[in-house]
Design a binder for this molecule. Sequence first.
Ligand SMILES: Nc1ncnc2c1ncn2[C@@H]1O[C@H](COP(=O)(O)OP(=O)(O)OP(=O)(O)O)[C@@H](O)[C@H]1O
Ligand SMILES: [Mg+2]
Length: 244
Amino acid sequence: MIEIKNLTKTYGKKVKAVDDITLMVHSGKIFGFLGTNGAGKTTTIKLITGILEADSGSIGINGIDLKTESIHAKNNIGYVSDDADVFLRLKGIEYLNFMADIYGVDQATRKERIAVFSKRLDMDNALSDKIQSYSHGMRQKIVIMGALIHKPAVWILDEPLHGLDPKSAFVLKEMMREHVSDGNTVFFSTHVLEVAEKLCDMVSIVNKGRIQFTGNLDDLKAEQSRDGSLEALFLEMTKDEEIN
Ligand SMILES: Nc1ncnc2c1ncn2[C@@H]1O[C@H](COP(=O)(O)OP(=O)(O)OP(=O)(O)O)[C@@H](O)[C@H]1O
Ligand SMILES: [Mg+2]
């Protein structure tokens, strides 16, 4: 469960990237955070994962306050950033062991999880190579494996499907569904409406740091605009009103 209350973040003095966002993502749900480029998705995600500090507002992860119980809250999070270029000089297996060490995953458990993840994501033959030698998609997959090695209850993924081949994207979507069916939470951002439509139990559409809509896909479709497509509705909700 993720509980966000009145969250605001301004870069410098001017750019209000996140503007008074209030949002509740329940356990057992896949939540899609939709918005155009620059809408504030990554900034919101960096606030939820504690990478950035908010100007105001609060964030609860499974009932744990991110500000006052930061380490405890972060232990419940698995975060996949939009930048897969991490620890390029490490071998894949070294990176996974490093992440497992950070999160205190014992040897037997990590060995089993690494075996399962690498088989499912088709990475078993690449683990002894340096991340530097990986393709973009492979880097993304090693980051996903590292983020999930401690089996966090709450997954937070920034554009996780971007750059993955169809098979890997399918596997990741399957893993997301399995995760929520065990009563956990998945929060991910995307611009790809078809993905959101197929995968999400609930979505928010964000524009210029403000939430324009939150609800399930049926609620969203009930707001049908013009040709009735999700695309038309999205365009309607994210159009720039200041341009005449
Ligand atoms: N470090 C920064 N300093 C100043 N402004 C920033 C910084 N990072 C982001 N911004 C601005 O904040 C706003 C929100 O950016 P953010 O990266 O959160 O959007 P996004 O929805 O993730 O976009 P995208 O779909 O392109 O990833 C944008 O106007 C952006 O230019
Ligand atoms: Mg982003």
